[in-house]
Each structure stands twice: as structure tokens, then as C-alpha cells.
Design a protein around this ligand. Structure first.
Ligand code: MIG
Length: 682
């Protein structure tokens, strides 16, 4: 066995034998003098696979691994990395759609990261098979993997994205409220729905079109009756300030009168015999672009660019695990009439094993690189936006591999609107976040319609889903064809008002979310973070995955059931209740419907002004804002609507002039409404 280690600034790249890297991330270091034992790692050759091992301490915690339907701390389970169309997934089911072979271990307050650059069926066993060991099984003869030094979780993530790539910067509208369903049509009804929402004071930034907008499910086409005049439709939405995002699957209908199909011949996935792999998806017989090839990505990016040129604003990539239904069709054909139920057909939705790809001019069996398919599809789609000269890029992808953050948002797929999944959805989002994927969210309302007994279609449940998602980077309602309407205008008035409060509050915090998106783009930091990310020395935070931090300044503890909950506010910081300025710390009872807490030392930009609690410093819209001993200064003159202070001053001066203020309990509000350079609070 040949082992080489390269290093650069806290990043160690370990090369075992001659690895097949699914993605060449281009990391270069200098030869390292370290050996595997310096990292407490060992690698062994076990027949047809490699085994990477590391001890698991009793008080060692393990985070990351992307979209995993378990608690934040990944101990005591075995995880398979294999992108699957896991529709109607349940708690503890594994694997799901997105697979990120990156984990963070935390021992004695010190974090270390590990990223295995392999898109094959890896297995991460975290102290399950062997109580005191982490075992990573790589079904290859060679592998490239990385070790990232901390000591903080944040630094580990910074090093991970240093290798896999910094997140792209989405446009601000991508963080607004978006609507979707399977499927909105005809075009006039969509315009009507948008008007209905806007009339009721619910601002919608974007509408998603699901598969039924297409003509016979042919990519890049319109259904002639449902969208009788796409140009008119696009104009109507744009004139209302609403963006249009269309779904684009990876399945190209086999149809010799269909230009996209014929233009792509020679660029589709093949079988190991060298013939075209023809599978099945919505459009019937389908072929699939081989995104591993550069020429395929080039061709695809032209298609995307042309499609965007009509005025389409975003692309939603679905089924890109990649999924194919031909084997499930076969099974159902042969066995479908038997009086038995076949569980786990999910596995058979993957491409058959005899499919091959061409990667850097080599023919590679599908199972060796499967998980990277959505990565390359997203890369090609992103290139389409660039070709179209688009500054604003919006891509939503269901599946992904490490690096997907450079191109797309991801969401947690076909979730279920059940009490059981409320917490699970937070866990999934936080798991992705801490794995280097900052742009994440859920189908608010839960995707599944009426096909499972645990589905709860009550207004209360829908409200809870809006509430848990309040600060999730991606904020969209979506539902299957057979479910309720999730757009808030259809709710009974009591719930409608409650949902409106959530949506309005989100818009109020949008400047802060966008400031965090810029931070994600520049440094790779997640937007929503598990408490452990900020307080890794606090033993109480390891198992808290139903509260989350938004940046470092805000803690949110949504109420999952009933009206009240226990909230933990890490003791090493000081906190105030956002709603009334009450100081809180440690384990407390929630006192408001949306338990939001602000950390001392924070400056938070809001749509109507600035919230300041204690001394701090931020860069917002290229302005450095600093709060220090009673003085808030701006590096450039800054339009300040109002100032929200969690303190009780005697006098306030704006640029030297004394100004009046209002006090409400423990919160001071100063209405300013002009450009300022300095505010003094005494
Ligand atoms: O389940 O395009 O996850 O959001 O509405 C069928 C139809 C395929 C799965 C996606 C879902 C989308 C649906 N798709």
C-alpha cells in the first residue's frame, strides 16, 4: 500500500494507492512529514475494499455526514453514502438524497474534520459495529481523503470549503417566501394565485413550476394548452416582481422528433457494452446526460442558457440522485399482481450497475462515482446561467455531493407532514449546514399528500412547519398533487394571521439573513447552525438539535408542540429575549410564541433598522458598523430607519444632535430615518 500526505495551512491530503477521484478539487500542498498515526488514523487493505479506522472516545462527538435522518450527534449508527430517491422517508432511514462524506469529530473541545473524496458507496460506522471505533469502508483499491485541523468547528468547515469550494452568492430574492406545488397550471391561475397572496399582504418572491408545465415531460418545452403564451405569463409575473423557477429533470425523452434528444446523441450515459442506456422516467423511455463528461456539460449549459433567455429566473433540479424507474417498472411488471408488498423498492430507483460514465476520458462504472452525478449536473446548470449573462443565479437541487454548495441550494425532499418529522426536519437542515452546505430548507407543509396515516393536514401543523422554518435559508411551501393547499391565504383566519406573522418576521430579518449569506459565500460558514457550532465547549449543547443559531447573534427555539417549551441558552454568552428585552440564561421556559433570543455583542440589520445589544462589529453592505461603549459608528454614512436597543439610555445623540426615543419595557426604539455616521448612547 502506497500512502502520501500533502499539507497546506491545516489541511492534510492523504493519497492511498492510485485513487479515482470523482471530483478533482485541485488542492495542492507540500509533502508532509506527518504520518497517519499523527492523526490516530490507520488504513488497511481488506480484499476488495479499504478500511480507514480511528478510535472513538467515550466523550467524543461526531457531526456532519450531510443529510442523515438522525440526531445531530451521529454516534452509534452505520451510514451508507448512496444517493437515493427516498420519497416518504421516515426518521432513521438511511441513506437519503444528498450524501456528503465529510464528518467532524469533537474530543475534549477540539474539532477535527475528515472528508473522503469518493462518490462510491462508502460506509461510515460510528461506534456501532465496534464500540470504540469509527470505521470507514471504501469499496475501492485507492482513495483520496482529507484531514482538517480545527480546533474550532468553524475552522474545520472553513478548511473543508477551502478544498471543496466556497458557496455561491445567491440573489436576495432567493431568501424570500417562495411558492410551489406539484403542479401549478394553467398560467392564468398562477397569476391569479399570486394576486390573491399579494392582495392579502403576503409577499411572494418566486413561483416554482413543477413537471406538468412541460409538453409530454420533454425538458425545455412548454405544455401548449396550460401555458398557451409563456412570454405573456413571464411578463405578468415579472411585472408583479415575482421570479419564475422551472423544474428541469435529467431525463431526456427518447423521441426522434425532439430536438433536445437528437442534439445530445453521443453525450448520454451508456451501458458497459457501449450502447445507449435507455431507462424510464416521467416521459416514458428516457436517456440521461452523462454529466461526468465535459462536452455533455457544455451542451447542457447551452440548453439551460437558451431556456433562461426567455426570462426564466431559476432552475430546480429534481430526480438527480440520479434516479431511473426502469428496474422498478420491471419488478412491478413481474410481481405487481402478487398479493404482497415489496418494501424498499427505493434501492432499485438507482441506475443499474452496468451503466458507465466517461470521466476524464476513462470509462467508469456508475457505482464508483454515482454520488457525484448531481454535482456535475449542477455545475453544468450553473454554467448555463453564466452563459446567459446572469448575475443572479438560482439553482435548487434535490441531490448532491460535497461541493454542491458552489452551485445550488438543496432541500430535504419528499418529507411528511407529521408530528414526528417536525424535529427531524430541523435535524436534517442542521446536519447539512454543519457539513458545509449552507443553503438549505424544507418543503414547508411537508411534501406527502394523503398517502400515509401519520400525515396531519391540520392548520396547526402547517403553522408549526412555517414556524420551524422561520430562519431556514430556503423558505418555500410545496406539496404533492394529492395534498392540501399550503399557501397561507387558504388557511382559516386565525392561522392565516399567525402564518403572516412568521412570513413578515422573516422579511424583517431578511437583511440579517443576507448578511449571513455573504458570510457563507466569503468564508463558508453556515447560516443556520447547531448550538454546538458556536459553543463547542458547552457539554449541554451536544444533544440540542431542536434549537438553532442564526449566525452567531440569534438563537431560535421553535415550539414543536403546544404553547411552551424548555429552551437552553448557553451559559457562556449573555442573552435577551428578543420580544421584551428580559435577560435570560441557562435552562429557561419560553415566554413567547416565537422564542427568539439575542446574544450580547450583536448588531443585526433588520428591514426597518438596526438591532444593537452590547458591543460588536459587523460588515453590512460594505459598511463597517461598530458598537463600543455607548457609541455606534458607521464607516460610511448609512441610512438608518430606526434603532432598536436592548438598554435603557438617558440620552441619545445622532451625529451630535440629541434625539427623542421610546421605551417599551426594556427595549428602546429610536426613529431616525436618515443617513447617519454616529449614534451616541449615554
Ligand atoms: O415525486 O416533480 O421531490 O418536490 O414535486 C415525484 C414532482 C417527483 C419529487 C420532488 C418533488 C416534486 C416531484 N418529484
Amino acid at each position: 500500500m502506497k500512502i502520501e500526505i500533502e499539507e497546506r495551512a491545516g489541511i492534510y491530503k492523504v493519497i492511498v494507492n492510485d485513487p479515482l477521484t470523482p471530483v478533482d478539487f485541485g488542492f495542492k500542498g507540500v509533502k508532509s512529514s506527518k504520518s497517519l498515526s499523527d492523526f490516530s488514523l490507520s488504513v488497511s487493505e481488506e480484499g476488495d475494499y479499504l478500511l480507514i479506522e480511528k478510535p472513538l472516545g467515550l466523550r467524543e462527538h461526531v457531526f456532519g455526514l450531510g443529510e442523515k435522518a438522525v440526531e445531530l450527534d451521529r454516534r452509534r449508527k452505520r451510514y451508507v453514502m448512496w444517493n437515493l430517491d427516498a420519497g416518504a422517508y421516515q426518521k432513521f432511514q438511511d441513506p437519503l438524497y444528498v450524501n456528503i462524506p465529510f464528518m467532524i469529530t469533537l474530543l475534549d473541545g477540539k474539532a477535527t474534520g475528515y472528508f473522503i473524496n469518493s462518490a462510491s458507496k462508502l460506509i461510515f460506522d460510528i461506534g456501532f459495529e465496534d464500540y470504540a471505533k469509527i470505521k470507514i469502508k471504501v469499496p475501492e483499491n485507492g482513495v483520496e481523503f482529507y484531514v482538517f485541523e480545527g480546533p474550532s468547528i468553524e475552522e474545520v468547515i472553513e478548511r473543508d470549503v477551502e478544498v471543496t469550494g466556497k458557496p455561491f452568492l445567491p440573489p436576495e430574492w432567493a431568501f424570500g417566501y417562495m411558492i410551489s406545488r406539484y403542479s401549478y397550471y394553467p398560467q392564468d391561475k398562477i397569476v391569479e394565485l399570486v394576486d390573491l397572496l399579494q392582495k392579502e399582504g403576503i409577499k411572494v418572491t418566486s413561483v416554482f413550476l413543477d413537471i406538468d408545465y412541460m409538453d409530454s415531460f420533454k425538458l425545455f418545452t412548454w405544455h401548449k394548452d396550460r401555458f398557451y403564451d409563456p412570454k405573456k405569463f413571464i411578463n405578468e409575473l415579472h411585472s408583479r416582481g415575482v421570479k419564475i423557477i422551472t423544474i428541469v429533470d435529467h431525463s431526456v425523452r427518447v423521441d426522434q422528433n425532439y430536438e433536445v434528444f437528437s442534439s445530445g446523441l453521443g453525450k448520454y450515459c451508456e451501458t458497459d457494452k457501449g450502447d445507449l442506456f435507455v431507462g424510464k422516467l416521467w416521459a416514458g423511455n428516457c436517456v440521461y446526460p452523462d454529466f461526468f463528461r465535459e462536452e455533455t456539460r457544455e451542451w447542457w449549459s447551452n440548453l439551460v442558457s437558451e431556456w433562461l433567455s426567455q426570462g426564466i429566473d431559476g432552475i430546480w433540479l429534481d430526480m438527480n440522485e440520479p434516479t431511473d424507474f426502469s428496474r422498478i417498472h420491471c419488478i412491478n411488471e413481474v410481481l405487481g399482481n402478487l398479493p404482497v408488498n415489496f418494501k424498499n423498492l427505493t434501492e432499485y430507483s438507482a441506475f443499474p450497475d452496468n451503466v458507465v460514465h466517461k470521466l476524464r476520458d476513462k470509462i467508469i462504472p456508475h457505482p464508483k462515482v454515482r454520488n457525484a452525478y448531481p454535482y456535475y449536473e449542477a455545475e453544468a446548470t450553473f454554467k448555463g446561467f453564466e452563459k446567459a449573462g446572469r448575475k443572479d443565479v438560482f439553482i435548487l437541487s434535490r441531490s448532491g455531493y460535497s461541493g454542491i454548495q458552489k452551485y445550488a441550494f438543496v432541500w430535504t425532499g419528499d418529507s411528511t407532514s407529521s408530528w414526528d418529522q417536525l424535529k427531524l426536519q430541523i435535524q436534517l437542515v442542521l446536519g447539512l449546514s454543519i457539513s458545509g452546505i449552507p443553503y438549505v430548507g424544507i418543503d414547508i407543509g411537508g411534501f406527502q399528500g394523503r398517502n400515509l396515516k401519520e400525515i396531519d393536514n391540520s392548520p396547526e401543523m402547517l403553522l408549526k412547519q412555517f414556524q420551524i422554518s422561520l430562519f431556514f435559508p430556503f423558505f418555500r411551501t410545496h406539496k404533492a398533487t394529492d395534498g392540501i393547499d399550503t399557501e397561507p391565504v387558504f388557511l382559516p383566519s386565525f392561522y392565516k394571521e399567525k402564518v403572516k406573522e412568521v412570513i413578515n418576521l422573516r422579511y424583517r430579518f431578511l437583511p440579517y439573513l443576507y448578511m449571513l449569506a455573504v458570510e457563507a459565500h466569503e468564508k463558508g460558514h453556515p447560516i443556520v447552525r447547531p448550538l454546538i457550532y458556536e459553543f463547542q465547549r458547552d457539554e449541554d449543547t451536544y444533544r440540542i438539535d431542536d434549537e438553532y443559531m442564526v449566525g452567531k447573534s440569534l438563537l431560535y427555539a421553535p415550539i414543536l408542540q403546544g404553547e411552551k417549551r424548555k429552551v437552553y441558552l448557553p451559559r457562556e454568552a449573555q442573552w435577551v429575549d428578543f420580544w421584551d428585552g428580559e435577560e435570560v440564561r441557562g435552562w429557561v421556559d419560553s415566554r413567547h410564541e416565537l422564542p427568539i433570543y439575542i446574544r450580547r455583542g450583536s448588531i443585526i440589520p433588520l428591514s426597518d433598522g438596526l438591532l444593537v445589544y452590547g458591543d460588536g462589529r459587523v460588515v453590512y453592505n460594505d459598511v463597517v458598523i461598530q458598537s463600543e461603549s455607548g457609541k455606534i459608528t458607521f464607516s460610511k454614512s448609512f441610512y438608518l430607519g430606526s434603532l432598536l436597543l436592548y438598554s435603557l439610555p438617558r440620552k441619545i445623540f445622532v451625529d451630535g444632535k440629541e434625539i427623542g426615543y421610546k421605551i417599551n419595557g426594556k427595549i428602546t426604539t429610536v426613529d431616525i430615518g436618515s443617513e447617519v455616521k454616529e449614534v451616541k448612547v449615554v
